[in-house]
Design a protein around this ligand. Sequence first.
Ligand code: GAF
Length: 388
Amino acid sequence: MGAQQVAQQVRERFAELYGTRPEGVWAAPGRVNLIGEHTDYNDGFVMPFALPHQATAAVSRRTDGVLRLHSADVGDTVVELRLDSLAPGSDPDWTAYPAGVVWALREAGHPVTGADVHLASTVPTGAGLSSSAALEVVIALALDDLFGLGLERWRLARLCQRAENVYVGAPTGIMDQTASACCTGGHALFLDTRDLSQRQIPLDLAAEGLRLLVVDTQVKHAHSGGEYGRRRAGCEKGAALLGVDALRDIPYDGLDAALARLGDEEEVARLVRHVVTEDQRVERVVSLLHAGETRAVGPVLTEGHASLRDDFRISCPELDLVVDTALSHGALGARMTGGGFGGSAIVLAEATDVTTLTKAIEEAFTAASFTPPRTFEAVPSAGARRVV
Ligand code: GAF
């Protein structure tokens, strides 16, 4: 179903639920990260692009301090919350994402006085494709428009990150919210997470006879669980031991010296090595794309996977199986994408190899008795916007 059709459905459902038409309909996408994993909370580089999968929200203002939330994906209940009782950690449900955004906006002094919301999302959940950032950004954008807040996109992303970090309690970086808010169709976003400076990098794989596949392993993950936070804390410990503000400050040619200084701190050293080499991989990919050497990006993705698997230790057997099977069936490169511990892998391949590769991955999953994966082609799509 096209975006306009989804918007129409969401509008009609809103009218059924709340008895009046919504003031508008907004959409915000999930993302896939091409390269730059676990660098965003180390002030480093990332390179995501927006997926065609998106969260769509029909929204109207209220003036009575009430927030009503309904999701087509969750069931039939309209959840009603009072704005003055929104508090971090109080909501274990999906409503924490939109409510967290309202909380973050109000905490920052923005005059949001209530809203009626109906949401529907096509972003797979727990698949490493930023379904939660899509939910946050679509609400933030709708409220920004409706209440005339005039927030720049990067600021809106920061507020959504605050909702996720403080209200939901997941210690994530800034990549996903910025990707959803700032990506543009036909481009990957080269983002410096230290100052949020950005460059849109043209990415037309089809024109070069290439495809980027996303393979969702169906192994669900969550970042409010301890492993993500432990990696983040380990990176922060590394930066403290090395006397820098963030691991971004360790130059690639200073890596060996930094590792030597870490001595017995082997686990921290592995994390540091991943982050420093990953930042360098992002810069290599940017240069390769700039030089028109898109096929040469493949091996850099594969190196990134080895680093996430062996140094950062956040892969899983299903993700490794996708990568190994893809590579042994002619893929140019492959790696896990997103936070890890499950979720999705990406595969860069010649268009002519896609059918063989997809079949080989499915067969490998069957042979390993894993749940069948879901594979789709990812095309750089539009960022968050008003649709109606
Ligand atoms: C998750 C987080 F939300 C991001 O901030 C980022 O750290 C990513 O994992 C890993 O690169 O998506």
